[in-house]
Design a protein around this ligand. Sequence first.
Ligand code: SF4
Length: 285
Amino acid sequence: MANPQDYITTINPTWCQGCGNFGIWAGIRRALVKLNYQPYQLALFHDIGCCGNGANWYNTYGFHSLHGRALPAAVGAKLANHKLVVLALTGDGGGYGEGGNHFIYTCRSNINVTMIVHNNQLYSLTTGQASPTAAPGTKTKSTPAGSLEVDFKPLQVAISCGATFVARAYADDMQHLEMVLEKAVLHQGFSLVDILQPCPTFNKSQTRQWYQDKIYHLEDQNWDPKDKEKALAKAAEWGVRIPLGIFYQENRPTYEQQLPQLKAKTLVEQGAKPVDIKEFLAELK
Ligand code: SF4
């Protein structure tokens, strides 16, 4: 049986005191313990950002990618060895901004990867500029007169683009976070878990009190996650009340299940064979 210590290195996190990333870090480990995965069964792909620094303190297979590129790296690993449990950990900036098209593509592909977004509505590693999920009018160093764009709606985009598991959780709501993460990792297909993450250092608007006054659980409302139309409407709710939970889930063949090349063995088990490409190159002349 795994225990939470199995997944961490001896390096101490450098996150600020009170950062919501601590809760997400704990929630991920608790879910992995519950699922009884050993560290060698896991591959975690990190983006650049405060959450990305977590690459140093997870004791699993892993890769610290370029900004916005955690998802394509995770997809590559899943295709090379689809027996691995693959998670992509990003912030809202890298995941929805620089990596926006990777996000759309991966929703469409339904590859069996879990994307966990540490969403604090800012680029916090670079000291708090507005990210795609920042509300219109948000004042930051990069938007001193208030941001002019409408905010990116990750759950609505994910549902529209074909993601088969779409959920929102909150970093401090440990039991609920653990439950959502556990189900996301078990889901066969692309899973998005957008986690609301307090950043007490730079986000003085979305404070813990702000979240606590608004959040509620879909699971307490007899919610049916199979209804796509209702899920899209519910994903639009943001303001006086903010729903948490599994908005949408459907069963659809995963990308890798549809590849005949992967039916018998993983790519790594098949081994690399030298291929003569002279003939192919000649065709391009
Ligand atoms: Fe966390 Fe914000 Fe500090 Fe980054 S800047 S470690 S997100 S509290």
